[in-house]
Design a protein around this ligand. Structure first.
Ligand code: PMV
Length: 364
């Protein structure tokens, strides 16, 4: 699959289904090389540079979609429940998602949907649920399409799920399948695409198995600048072109690092990527800062600890103040003790979430 049109069904569905229900969970993901900036000239949610992420395991969204054939097929019809209760505020986002994916899912107006969604992480944790939420929703719609067209291949199923999730929220396409996922055309990664995420196919050293991610909740408040606005500010950004090239270079460098397990080199790229992302924000016009004083305290404390102990622990950031602390499983005990002793004090209400690498969406 290489073109957007490849995801539009060309033949009528072979099966007729009256009603049913599916349920999927999909995880959050944390980018090692960051997606920041879109190519709006090429379509919806096309990244200006490739990215690669660790899929998480515990932070996820669980969504069920019940569907039933309806008589009037002129318009959408759905109910949205969050943790079992109607949630009107979430409906416009879902409506927009349905509109975006409609050209690729011709059955959408034939059914009434009851979407029931919940997250495993606290709603106000500052962890974006858009990646896991859109991925879980996309999986459910693909399950329905597979019922209508059981001949579809597994490869098509997952690629299209990622393609749809991307239309909901760019980075959601990396929350479908695989523990390391690449999204965006990258010359040296065969099969990589701007349209969907693909599992990283290179060799990966065992040190990355069960890699840990402890998410320190520094600030749970509403972000002052949304990702959408932030991406947009990369247009006419003075450093954008060089940054986009750098993302390609960093992914190229990570390929042998994944194979050899060279954590020193890994840390350099991952931390540099995190700070570069925030440097792009600080040098946008208008400029903005999403890190908080405690974000910097945590970074400095991690650097000091790493220098003193030689334990290969590092940080990364997403578009917010929270800090993801990344470390190999064999250092878990020592790092968790360090977090409890020295970092918890910088977290809002002492809160943090323990996660680790996971494998993607799962049907329930
Ligand atoms: O998917 P969006 O539009 O929320 O953008 C995600 C941007 C970052 O989290 C900062 C980076 C990334 O690659 O996930």
């Amino acid at each position: 699959m290489t073109a957007t049109n490849d995801f539009i069904p060309t033949t009528p569905y072979t099966h007729n289904i009256e009603k049913g229900i599916f349920q999927w969970s999909a995880p959050s993901n944390i980018a090692l090389v960051k997606y920041w900036g879109k190519r709006d000239d090429l379509g919806h949610q096309i990244p200006a540079n490739p990215s690669i992420s660790f899929t998480l395991n515990n932070c996820k969204t669980i969504t069920s979609v019940a569907f039933e054939k309806k008589v009037n097929q002129d318009n959408w019809s759905f109910d949205l429940l969050f943790e079992g209760q109607p949630k009107e505020e979430f409906k416009p986002k879902i409506q927009k998602f349905l509109e975006r994916i409609a050209p690729y899912m011709p059955f959408l107006k034939d059914y009434h949907f009851t979407i029931n969604t919940q997250n495993t992480f606290p709603h106000s944790s500052g962890i974006a649920s858009s990646a896991s939420g859109m991925a879980a929703l996309a999986m459910n719609f693909m399950s329905i399409e597979k019922e209508l067209h059981p001949e579809m291949t597994e490869e098509y199923f997952y690629q299209k799920a990622s393609f749809l999730a991307r239309l909901g929220s760019g980075s959601a396409c990396r929350s479908i399948k695989g523990n390391l996922v690449v999204w965006g055309n990258q010359e040296n990664i065969e099969g990589s695409s701007n349209l969907f995420g693909v599992p990283f196919s290179g060799k990966v050293h065992s040190v990355f198995e069960n890699y840990q991610d402890t998410i320190l909740l520094v600030d749970k408040g509403e972000k002052q600048v949304s990702s959408t606005v932030g991406h947009d500010l990369m247009h006419n950004h003075p450093f954008a072109e060089r940054r986009f090239e750098q993302a390609h270079e960093n992914i190229d460098q990570l390929i042998p690092i994944f194979e050899t397990g060279d954590l020193e080199a890994f840390i350099k790229i991952v931390e540099s990527e995190a700070l570069t992302l925030h440097a792009m924000m600080m040098t946008s016009m208008p400029y903005f800062i999403l890190m908080k004083p405690n974000t910097l305290q945590i970074i400095n404390t991690i650097w000091k600890f790493r220098k003193e102990t030689n334990i290969p622990v590092c940080f990364t950031l997403d578009a917010g103040a929270n800090v993801h602390v990344l470390y190999p499983e064999h250092t878990k005990e020592k790092v968790l003790q360090f977090i409890k002793n020295e970092l918890v004090g910088y977290c809002q209400n002492g809160q943090y979430l323990c996660d680790q690498i996971g494998f993607g969406a799962a049907t329930l």
